[in-house]
Design a protein around this ligand. Structure first.
Ligand SMILES: CC(C)(COP(=O)(O)OP(=O)(O)OC[C@H]1O[C@@H](n2cnc3c(N)ncnc32)[C@H](O)[C@@H]1OP(=O)(O)O)[C@@H](O)C(=O)NCCC(=O)NCCS
Length: 169
């Protein structure tokens, strides 16, 4: 269901677009512990049973909102969590000067195509800039065309580093 014509005419998107036009109800804010169930629900990458422990760990490390260089945000609409994004500033790895990394992002399937990820990405970039960096990076599975299109739409292009990998016997 990644076809753009389909996503643009789904009823929930029509409702969301109407609401957004009327009163702009999307709130992007720091994640809190009570958001975790909704985040796990939206996260459809990898085995679900491993996710509660994973997201609790992510929350402990990134979710307090106390450190400017560790960011974990959710998007909320009408009291529901409809998306999340997480990232941080990392320095001198791979010989790189400090830069921002976005390592997780998703929007609830029925709410996609309404600018929620764009808002979350703009907010995390704003915060990364506030934390002192001027470059943002991410990695995307080459088969994940939708996420690639999203990041390209936000101006990201192939960078100077190349990911290398092999199986360890
Ligand atoms: C990628 C994802 C976060 C985008 O969320 P979204 O809220 O639907 O995206 P937005 O509405 O903010 O889209 C912004 C721009 O991204 C691009 N885009 C988004 N969805 C697209 C699609 N299905 N096809 C092509 N381009 C797309 C468009 O350029 C769009 O701008 P436009 O609507 O003005 O044309 C969402 O599809 C998702 O959650 N995917 C699964 C999660 C995932 O695989 N995460 C990767 C692991 S980190």
């Amino acid at each position: 269901m990644n076809d753009r014509s389909v996503r643009l005419i789904s009823p929930s998107n029509v409702v969301l677009r109407y609401h957004m036009a009327m009163k702009d109800p999307i709130l992007t804010r720091n994640a809190v512990p009570s958001d975790l169930d909704a985040i796990i629900d939206i996260d459809d990458v990898g085995p679900k049973e491993e996710k509660p422990a994973y997201w609790r760990g992510i929350f402990e490390h990134y979710g307090t909102g106390e450190k400017k260089n560790r960011i974990f945000l959710v998007a909320e609409a009408g009291g529901d969590i409809v998306g999340f994004i997480a990232g941080e500033v990392r320095a001198w790895e791979f010989g790189s000067a400090p830069c921002g990394w976005v390592f997780a992002m998703a929007v609830s399937p029925k709410m996609r195509g309404s600018g929620i990820a764009k808002r979350m990405f703009e907010e995390i970039c704003r915060r990364l800039k506030e934390a002192g960096v001027t470059t943002v990076r991410t990695m995307v599975d080459r088969n994940n065309k939708v996420t690639l299109s999203f990041f390209r739409s936000q101006g990201l292009r192939t960078g100077r580093y190349i990911e290398l990998e092999r199986e360890i016997d």
